[in-house]
Ligand binder design. Structure first.
Ligand code: FAD
Length: 398
């Protein structure tokens, strides 16, 4: 089934496009367009601004403050944000823990956390992965023992994205070590200021501080922060992972990056002519562009079939694989296009402290860091190999 945009959708696109053009903060937008690093405030301020407009949680039901958009309108919103280079709204609160709280949380949890997620008051992080428990998540060992009106948590999480800024973590813990591994897990909401929590940076290949290790030493978590029932956390965790993969195709952002790649390749010369006109390079660019067009159509077909409320299902795995392959291919072509100009590492420029790169080429200077950073996309959100297993089992029936 194809997605037909109605006149109402076209009017919606025009409305959000003009609002974005007037409201995306120019300095944060310039960082996104130039592959520089966003600060905590860039991300938090954008979320808060969207919160006041009522657009921070496009998929939420109106009951909890969502804008009541259709799937198609949400797709248009994503595409327009990608097109203009808006900062991201982090998924951890809005798209991950919030759907779990809405479905499985109690009334007090809903009333406390959902409005704060909507407005951007709380910054959430995801405490799932542990050393040795990534793809095999159900083997996790962080232990929570109930003592009276609280749990005592001990253990370690890893790869916690932007956990250094977080107010809250949603965390999978083992509450029954004797049960089958999926049956002894619980889902806790943990205040990151609780004594006994240590957040330690992991510095990645691009010398960025985006991920962390988080250690728990006798951390007391009130029992009222348990979501749903004790030992039923695996059900909630899987429900959340279904939400994690939606929106991961990032077609709008990749279209913007394709335009940037062409811009860079036009400015580079090969044998006196623009690199973009070199037949070999042009054919590599065309191959990615064709893949991206195919992804866009596929994403629209998935949306058309989920407009009936069925949800994206295992097709989300296809979008995740293709979307991330294209994102990585674009970064590879950018680095290939500028060659040695990508080599200098200029952190002050990347962090937005200097307007121009000391290395001399502002377009090229951030590209090596960008390339290295994007190796992550085929690993996080469930690695691409795991997505292939899901497709094999759920779609192909193998
Ligand atoms: C940048 C980044 C940010 C992240 N942010 C977070 C976060 O905020 N919170 C969080 O909880 N986690 C986060 N993660 C962790 C992420 O979810 C895991 O890295 C991912 O699930 C893979 O787990 P692993 O690293 O332990 O690798 P492993 O599971 O050890 O996998 C190693 C390799 O083996 C392959 N493999 C494993 N099992 C199979 C199988 N059954 N069939 C085929 N191939 C297989 C994998 O695809 C991979 O190539 C992040 C990771 C990265 C890189």
């Amino acid at each position: 089934m194809d997605l037909d945009y109605t006149p109402t959708d076209d009017a919606f696109r025009a409305e959000v496009r003009s609002w974005l053009e007037a409201n995306v903060p120019q300095d944060a937008r310039a960082k996104v367009l130039n592959h520089k690093r966003l600060s905590r405030d860039d991300i938090a301020n954008w979320h808060k601004l969207l919160g006041t407009k009522g657009w921070s949680a496009p998929a939420w039901p109106a009951e909890w403050g969502g804008p009541g958009w259709t799937e198609t309108q949400r797709h248009i919103w994503d595409a327009e944000c990608g097109r203009i280079g808006a900062p991201p709204v982090l998924p951890f609160g809005v798209s991950m823990v919030a759907p779990v709280i809405m479905k499985y949380g109690n009334e007090a949890q809903k009333r406390r956390y959902l409005p704060r997620i909507l407005s951007g008051e709380d910054w959430w992080c995801q405490g799932y992965s542990e050393p040795g428990s990534g793809s095999d998540l159900a083997s996790l060992r962080t232990r929570a023992v109930r003592e009276g009106d609280h749990y005592v948590v001990n253990g370690q999480k890893t790869w916690t994205t932007l956990g250094q800024h977080a107010d809250m973590m949603f965390c999978l813990v083992r509450t029954d070590p004797a049960a089958k591994k999926q049956e002894g897990i619980s889902f806790l909401l943990i205040d990151m200021k609780t004594p006994g929590i240590t957040v330690r940076p992991i510095i990645t290949l691009d010398e960025d501080h985006e991920v962390n290790e988080v250690f728990f030493e006798d951390v007391k978590v009130p029992v009222e922060n348990l979501v749903g029932e004790e030992n039923r956390g695996w059900t909630y965790a899987k429900y959340l992972l279904g939400h994690e993969r939606t929106g991961i195709a990032r077609v709008g952002a990749s279209n913007r990056e394709l335009a940037f790649l062409k811009h860079v390749a036009l400015n580079q010369k090969k044998n006196g002519k623009p690199l973009l006109h070199d037949p070999v390079f042009a054919s590599r660019v065309a191959a990615v562009e064709i893949e991206l067009m195919a992804l866009e159509v596929t994403a629209e077909r998935v949306i058309a079939s989920s407009n009936n409320g069925r949800g994206p299902g295992p097709e989300a795995s296809m979008l995740k694989i293709k979307g991330t392959e294209i994102q990585q291919a674009l970064t590879e072509l950018m680095v290939d296009a500028v060659g040695p100009l990508a080599a200098p590492f200029d952190p002050a420029f990347l962090e937005g402290e200097h307007a121009h790169s000391a290395a001399g080429d502002d377009d090229a200077a951030p590209l090596a860091a960008y390339y290295f950073n994007y190796r992550k996309t085929s690993i996080y959100g469930g690695s691409n190999e795991i997505q292939k297993n899901i497709i094999a089992q759920m779609i192909l029936g193998i």
